[in-house]
Design a protein around this ligand. Sequence first.
Ligand SMILES: [Zn+2]
Length: 317
Amino acid sequence: MNIFHYQELYEKWSQDAKKIASMYQTPVTSKKFRMWVYDLQVRYPQIQIRTLAYTISGNEIIEVRVGEGPVQLHLNAGMHANESICTNLLMAFISQYLFVLYCKSEDHSEFHRMFCKFTLSFVPLINPDGIDLLYDPKAIPYDLYERALQIGQNCIEVTQWKANICGVDLNNQFPAVWEKIFTLPFKVNKPAPRDFPGYAPLTENEALALYDLVYQNQFQAVLCLHTQGEEFYWGFLDYEPDLSQIQAELFEAVSGYRAVRTIESYGGFKDWFILTFQKPGFTIEVGSGINPLPLSDFEVCRKKVNEILFSYLFFYV
Ligand SMILES: [Zn+2]
């Protein structure tokens, strides 16, 4: 099967996809997210739901695992609090994917054959505390809320808050040349709404949960959804394999997002994955504007994210 054949099938299928995805076009909180996951589990008992860890406020960090095929891929979203639209987008993708995978109609049989090869590990909401802080603060234990208020200097500013509830940027928490992170001019050295990498790597449960998950599996690639720039990053200090560039060219062609080999960054999840395993890792910035992106951007982003994620899968078929 070539990619043109796949695109043709996808076009036919995407009519259903839009309808399925629309239920995720509402603001997410940790409570809403748990309901979405529960709903998926009821509709698709074949999937596996697992709590990887708990956050400091007691929220679960949930993995949704689909399939039992030999090709293991990992996808995540919701690492930055004010980028919660990525959780909506990844949930929409999972729901569409499950529809195609388990729907018995003739139209979808070809996708079914293709997707049988995969085990997909999704962590759609890595930072539930940060998202509750912005959108459902009553769900946060009061002492943690008070501390967050102090970190934000008496204000929880939705456009600024990327961190977890302890004021640590989770995408700076991974041991990828972490010692150089404070050489970046915009990093701060104490808990803050954004850009504080922690006092050491992996101090936060959320980051440690992903780290452990990766070591417990043999993922062939990882892909993380973030929001700003309509571009994606695919390299880290030349540790990425040749395959990364080939995939990057495909993603750029199908989505129109700009492929950027590296920006100066250390301590990111995809940085760490590339450095440690020399396998492909991607950070996709799905939209542009001021965070948080409005849910009115959902449909435009959904189409592009689908293009990327399906071409990502296609690569391993
Ligand atoms: Zn981000």
